[in-house]
Design a protein around this ligand. Structure first.
Ligand code: PAF
Length: 280
């Protein structure tokens, strides 16, 4: 498996693959790989001729008081996992290469980033779209794979990709969960045993709401209230029921909706969601 550290090397490799008629699949990550990332890489290996994993803890998507410094960095172990899954290349630039002295250009998607995680983390999505645009320009993928756990991120990236004509197909894959339902996340490593137990109320509350939706409940307030009650053991940041593409609240459950939650468990901020499509 080839490991590259600069956009120049990465693009040269990708041009070679494209020249040989191969499709390039891309899994962007910040490392600390878990089963969620592995499911994305497996889909990439199955579908594309060659697969590229990026590992870059992107400083521009962290706010001033967030966990940039303590974010888990496990580069060697991540490379072993990627190789075992069958990825062909790792792109791992460093922060100075990505954001050199005098860096001044950002990509921002409007409206979709105002609510949910965007409300509490006002510069987060600008950092995500900027880095993903830069990674797309280096990797030149045909397809890029993202997890539904970050459903707002996936919607924002879909919109950026469409609006800026990147010509990359965005594939969103289901959340991978622990046996008690907790959504896999690199940040789960921060939880103490007691916090880990409380954290499982996020998915329990969402699954209960799923049942309400499946049984025909269409009133957002009743669903949101039930989820809030189910999450009484944690410090809720938001519970929102929104249109799955626009990220705006719905007055009634129609079409495809996203029920998304964020909460603090101790010092750790966790997110989770379900999507539901109501039949017309
Ligand atoms: O989902 C992530 O790990 C990151 O937000 C991403 C997409 C790799 C951008 O840094």
């Amino acid at each position: 498996m080839k490991v590259m550290h600069t956009a120049k090397e990465m693009r040269a490799w990708s041009f070679e693959q494209r020249g040989a008629g191969k499709t390039i699949g891309f899994v962007p990550t910040m490392g600390a790989l878990h089963e969620g990332h592995i499911s994305l890489m497996r889909a990439c290996v199955e579908r594309d001729d060659v697969g590229v994993l990026s590992i870059f803890v992107n400083p521009t998507q962290f706010g001033p008081n967030e966990d940039l410094d303590k974010y888990p960095r496990t580069f060697e172990a991540d490379c072993r996992i990627a190789e075992d899954v069958g990825m062909d290349a790792v792109y791992a630039p460093d922060a100075r290469t990505m954001y050199p002295e005098g860096y001044a250009t950002y990509v921002a998607v409007e409206r979709l980033t105002d609510r949910l995680c965007g409300a509490a983390r006002p510069t987060h999505f600008r950092g995500v779209t900027t880095v993903v645009a830069k990674l797309f320009n280096a990797v030149l993928p045909d397809r890029a794979y993202f997890g539904q756990k970050d459903a707002q991120q996936a919607a924002v990236i879909r919109r950026m990709t469409r609006d800026l004509d990147f010509g990359v197909e965005i594939v969103e894959l289901p959340i991978v969960r622990e046996s008690d339902g907790l959504a896999m996340s690199s940040r789960n490593k921060y939880l103490s045993a007691e916090e880990r137990q409380r954290a499982s109320c996020l998915s329990r509350a969402l699954f209960q709401a799923q049942e309400m939706l499946e049984n025909g409940e269409r009133e957002p307030k009743r669903i949101i209230d039930a989820v809030r009650q189910g999450m009484c053991e944690v410090d809720i940041d938001y519970v929102e029921l929104v249109d799955a593409e626009e990220m705006t609240p719905v007055e009634r459950v129609e079409g495809t909706v996203l029920l998304a939650v964020a909460a603090r468990v101790g010092e750790t901020r966790l997110i989770d969601n379900i999507k539901f499509s109501a039949k017309a």
